[in-house]
Design a protein around this ligand. Structure first.
Ligand SMILES: Cc1cc2nc3c(=O)[nH]c(=O)nc-3n(C[C@H](O)[C@H](O)[C@H](O)COP(=O)(O)OP(=O)(O)OC[C@H]3O[C@@H](n4cnc5c(N)ncnc54)[C@H](O)[C@@H]3O)c2cc1C
Length: 427
């Protein structure tokens, strides 16, 4: 049987020690079978266990093997689409609910970290950095919009203020969200998995769900065992493959890459990010970066449509890092890796039910650290019979990518190329 390990990332190299978890080799019975031990699966499992459900989690590889253990670690609130666009698509009532929930994921992470004493280098403060007056104008209008939904903690930064929080002179201004921040993402997932087990949940690793027998009493099959459950939650996101064909048609796995420098030392680290906030710029194909607990710079950017692994990640990402911080030209890159997120055409999460007892949430299209934590809560509410917030997501319309399975990758890349050009020329 396959024994799939973590990629050689900074996170795997600095992961907190956890005992190995067995593969499923039996027939077991539970209330909820969760497929996938990323944030969506673990957050769902935790909320369900806290509400008295029995939960079994199946993970194809290891806890946090997917995007949750590889991401930039940025706690970015809200969705991958602006709330005014959402409002125009779904109308004011549904947008109101979605808007109210948009900053909840960051709170859930902090509650989890505090309640279960998770050691994951949590830091407060996230900056959206504007590269042009047009992007700054957009941030100003977004701030006004968020205030309309009750989120008043955002602070605009002029050119002088942003220079105080980011040691880079390419920005004209920005917006600070102190309810954003950053974490060691794999250690957050590992801590959440330990919390799941502390509440009596079971996690099997190296146990891919290979078939779902649907019906009134669904059964999830793995290579060596099966789980009979009242409910199934599908949380495999970009790594799910074709297990649930209905979901694959309206989403597309995409790769994005991250590099990590050698430790920079206190002085250089402070010169780059004096307040230790995380930063993402406002481009469509955005760059994002932050410091780690041991003062390295983690820098990510770019998208590979269709999730092919690039041969030389450092060659793609290092020039972006040097554009922002030329002073790092002699600094060594210790780690470079890739991970997959799941893109939908609308860039909004794909949430819903198949029949009465199979639930899913996936496809948050880039910004998922906070949304996935909220998703776990909303899924658990729905399983308890309170589906108003779940339905606000489930009612979002989704469409197949133009070009179908065969041509969706070049079509999406073409779209991104167009938006990349607009970013480049400030259009
Ligand atoms: C490189 C990178 C950087 C990113 N940076 C950020 C960031 O800084 N901030 C932010 O907000 N978002 C970021 N994201 C997005 C964010 O990480 C994801 O949206 C989020 O982690 C998705 O969580 P998930 O649990 O839905 O999926 P995943 O974390 O991918 O978890 C899915 C899990 O399901 C398992 N699985 C799949 N199929 C099966 C099966 N058949 N049986 C059993 N298990 C299965 C997989 O092995 C995997 O462990 C980034 C993503 C990437 C890839």
């Amino acid at each position: 049987m396959a024994n799939t390990q973590y990629p050689e990332s900074y996170y795997a190299a600095s992961a907190n020690a956890v005992p190995p978890r067995p593969a499923l080799q039996d027939d077991v019975e539970t209330d909820v079978c969760v497929i996938g031990a990323g944030y969506t699966g673990l957050s769902s499992a935790l909320f369900l266990l806290e509400n008295g459900f029995r939960v079994t989690v199946l993970e194809a590889a290891k806890v946090g093997f997917g995007a949750s253990g590889r991401n930039g670690g940025q706690i970015v609130n809200s969705y991958s689409r602006d709330i005014d666009v959402i409002e125009r698509t779904v109308g004011p009532k549904q947008a109101q609910l979605l808007g109210q929930m948009a900053f909840e994921g960051g709170r859930i992470i902090r509650e989890r970290v505090a309640k279960y004493n998770i050691q994951c280098d949590l830091k407060d403060g996230g900056v959206f950095a504007a590269l042009s007056a047009k992007q700054m104008g957009h941030l100003e209008s977004q701030k006004r919009l968020w205030e309309r939904f009750g989120h008043t903690q955002l602070e605009l930064l002029d050119q002088r203020r942003i220079r105080e929080v980011v040691g880079c002179d390419q920005y004209v201004g920005g917006m600070l969200d102190m309810s954003g921040g950053h974490i060691h993402p794999l250690n957050l997932a590992l801590g959440e998995a330990t919390a799941v087990e502390s509440l009596g949940g079971t996690i099997y690793e190296q146990s891919p769900a290979v078939r779902i027998e649907r019906g009134a009493n669904p059964v999830v099959h793995t290579p060596l065992g099966k789980v009979r459950a009242k409910f199934i939650i599908v949380a495999g996101n970009a790594y799910l493959g074709n297990l649930v064909p209905e979901l694959a048609a309206k989403s597309m796995p995409c790769g994005t890459q991250v590099i990590t420098t050698e430790p920079l030392g206190d002085e250089l680290a402070k010169a780059l990010l004096p307040q230790d906030y995380c930063v993402e710029d406002c481009n469509y194909l955005l760059d994002y970066y932050r410091l780690t607990g041991d003062k390295r710079l983690i820098f990510g950017g770019g998208v590979v449509y269709g999730a092919r692994d690039p041969a030389n990640i450092e060659a793609i990402i290092r020039p972006k890092m040097l554009k922002a911080f030329p002073q790092l030209k002699d600094v060594k890159i210790d780690y470079a890796w890739t991970g997959n997120f799941l893109l939908t055409l609308s860039r909004l999460p794909q949430v819903g039910r198949l029949g009465d007892n199979i639930y899913y949430s996936q496809g948050c299209s880039g910004h998922g650290v906070t949304y996935t934590h909220l998703a776990g809560k909303v899924l658990a509410e729905a399983l308890r019979g309170q589906a108003e917030r779940f339905d606000a997501f489930a009612d979002l319309p989704h469409y197949p990518f133009p070009g179908g399975q065969l041509l969706r990758t070049p079509f999406a890349a073409l779209g991104a190329w167009y938006y990349g050009l607009r970013d480049k020329f400030g259009m």
